[in-house]
Structures are given as C-alpha cells and as structure tokens.
Ligand binder design. Structure first.
Ligand code: F6P
Length: 366
C-alpha cells in the first residue's frame, strides 16, 4: 500500500522554504511508494473544515527552489496548542486543539508529517510528537537562532540582502559625511547584524546579547569625525537595547500572534544621539521584511534541498520526533526534545565577535 506524507511550513517565512518542499516531493517520487500532500497555512489546513490540504507532485514543485516564500503558505497565528477562538460574545480565548489535530492526521491516514519551521514551530512539533504524531522537524529561520543546528536556511540570504543594502548605504554615508543606522531583524539573537557588520565593514554593531551604552556609541562616532568630515555605518539588530533600557516595539493586535512586533530601535538611537549633541547628520534605514523575501542564495538552496531529502529519508526510515540538523559540515538529526531546549545566542566568545573586535568594530559596551 502507498504511504502518505504531509508537509507544512509554519511561522514566519524565509527564503528556501520552497526548496525544501521541492526536495521532499522529488525524493519521495524518486524513491517511490509515497504520496506527498501539503497543508495550507501550517496546521490550519488540517484544522480547517473541510480540510485544506493539496497533493504535491513533481509538476507542482518544478523550479520552485529559486522562488522566495512558500507555495503552501504559512502563518504565525496557527499554534494548535493555543488556537485563537472567538466566543459568542465577540471576545477571544484560546483552545488546545493539539489532540484533535493528531486525530485528524491519523484519520487522514498520514504515515509521516514534516514540519518546516523555527523554534516556535518545532516546540509545537515536539508536543504533537508526544501526543502520537509521527512528525519530523526541518529548521528554518533567518535569525539562525536554533541551537541544534549550525545553520538554518534563509539566514545566509538575509545576511546577503542586508549586506547589499549596507554597501549602498556606505556610499551615501561617505558622500554626505553622515551616520547611517541600518536596522536588521534579530529578535533575541544578533547573528544577522554581526555577520552583516563584518561583511559590510561597519564601525558599530549593536546586538541583543550586548546591551549598549550611548556614550560609547557617541565616542565611537566622534573618533571617526575627529580628523575632519568622516562617516559612520552602524548596523543594529531590532532586538538590541541600551543598558538598563527596553526593546523598541509594540504588542500585536492580531489574535493568536504572541510576539511583540519589534522595530524602531534605529530611530530611538538617532533621537538619543542627537539629544546628546551628535553633530553629524544621522539617517535610519529599517530593512524589515525585505530580509525574509526573495530568491534564496545558492548556499540556502543547497542547504534547504539537503534538509528536504534528509527529512524524507528520515520519514521513510521512521525517525520520528527528530529535527534534521547541519553540524560540522554534515547533515545529522537531533531529538526534538533536546533541540527545542537549545537557543543559539551570539556567544561573547564566538570567533566572529573576536573578528569584529580585532577590526575595531564597537558593540557599544562600556
Ligand atoms: O523570527 C524571525 C523574525 O524574522 C524576527 O526577527 C522578527 O522579529 C519576526 O520574524 C517578525 O515576524 P512577523 O512580522 O512575521 O510577525
């Protein structure tokens, strides 16, 4: 009898999701005996009535590895453990639909489920696995903050996008003798900022892991202007905060989306530096979701494709409750239970922190 595999993409999108989907479908067809289906908008497709799942064949995935986004859509409002429900009086509450979900997947005769998602999605994978779902995780996120893997796909493309923008800002900073502050994503981890600062040649890099001091930042700017008209390029992660300060953002009004919407730290820094007497003109650029879109660069296509083929192999071999990982230049797998515990912050001892410091890049610390 033919076997059935369900694939879904959950949480925020990133470049490379389509390459994983294509790799799963193609390797399942190559191997034979498996039919692949996609759940539309993460698990919402399975929870919908009628279910919103689509068959995926080679013809559906041809050439999609070069496309950004996800052909089966995604959402960050579909946590089955805390599903948003509107009550009769119009108010909202949440309901744990995880057991219903496990039952529907079973009733639909799926033999394996592959959940492509970040830390939040993989925590959901683990809970569903404990309730009996034959599930495998594939790690994605532009933030590269999953501890179990050296690289998530999407990260390198985000760094490339940020670096391309940074390079453009350098030339305009130089012409106008300005201070340019470029804000990148990175909620809790500053990987994108750190990599971009080194690739682009920043003077200042502010990341969530190292709370910064405004005086230090201002002194670093002054250093660049002391011989006359200088210019400064600064990269700041959206989750960076001043010593004793808070992150800049606001709560989402969207039901089921638990994350604070970060954004605006660049402008906060500009106002503060101006109020402290920074004479140079300061301009801010917030890259936002451009970092999540577009075609994946070759490294991410390759990593995503390798993850997809490995995930299919694991499904066929019955390695459920696991996450595909990339460690020491090889593919591997890790228990979801352990994988979801490990968050990958930028460690002060990381070689790239050392590299940056050796170049004179300031992290704004006292
Ligand atoms: O988790 C990845 C991420 O890119 C964060 O850096 C960012 O704060 C968040 O997604 C934004 O997500 P959304 O706008 O989809 O809620």
């Amino acid at each position: 009898m033919r076997k059935k595999l369900l694939v879904l993409t959950g949480g925020g999108d990133c470049p490379g999701l389509n390459a994983v989907i294509r790799a799963i479908v193609k390797s399942a067809e190559e191997f034979g005996g498996w039919d692949v289906w996609g759940s539309i908008e993460a698990f919402n497709g399975v929870l919908a009535d009628p279910v919103n799942i689509v068959p995926l064949m080679s013809k559906d995935v041809a050439g999609i590895h070069v496309k950004g986004g996800t052909i089966i859509k995604t959402t960050n409002r579909g946590n089955p453990l805390k599903f948003p429900i509107q009550n009769e009086d119009g108010s909202w509450s949440t309901k744990d639909l995880s057991q219903d979900l496990v039952n529907v997947v079973k009733d639909l005769d799926f033999d394996a489920v592959i959940n492509i998602g970040g830390d939040g999605s993989q925590k959901i994978s683990y809970e569903l696995y404990k309730k009996g779902m034959p599930i495998i995780g594939v790690p994605k996120t532009i933030d590269n903050d999953l501890g179990a893997t050296d690289f998530t796909f999407g990260f390198s493309t985000a760094v490339q996008t940020a670096t391309d923008s940074f390079d453009k800002l350098v030339s305009t900073a130089e012409s106008h003798h300005r201070v340019m502050i470029m804000e990148v994503m990175g909620r809790d981890a500053g990987w994108i900022a750190l990599h971009t600062a080194i690739a682009g040649g920043a003077e200042i890099c502010l990341i969530p892991e190292i709370p910064f001091d405004y005086e230090t930042v201002l002194n670093q700017i002054h250093k660049r202007y002391k011989k006359g008209k200088g210019f400064v390029n600064m990269v700041v992660a959206e989750g960076a905060k001043a010593i004793g300060g808070n992150v800049v953002g606001s709560h989402s009004s969207e039901k089921g989306d638990e994350h604070i919407k970060l954004g605006g730290i660049a402008n906060t820094i500009r106002s503060k530096l101006e109020s402290m007497g920074c004479e140079a003109q300061i301009r801010c650029t917030i890259l936002g979701h451009t970092q999540r879109g577009g075609s994946p660069i070759a490294f991410d296509r390759i990593l995503a494709t390798a993850y997809g083929t490995k995930a299919f192999e694991m499904a066929h071999q019955g390695h459920f409750g696991k996450l595909v990982t990339y460690e020491n230049n090889n593919l591997s797998m890790s228990d979801l239970e352990e994988a979801v515990k490990e968050y990958k912050f930028v460690d002060q001892d990381h070689f790239l922190i050392h590299t940056a410091r050796s170049l004179g890049i300031s992290f704004g610390e006292v």
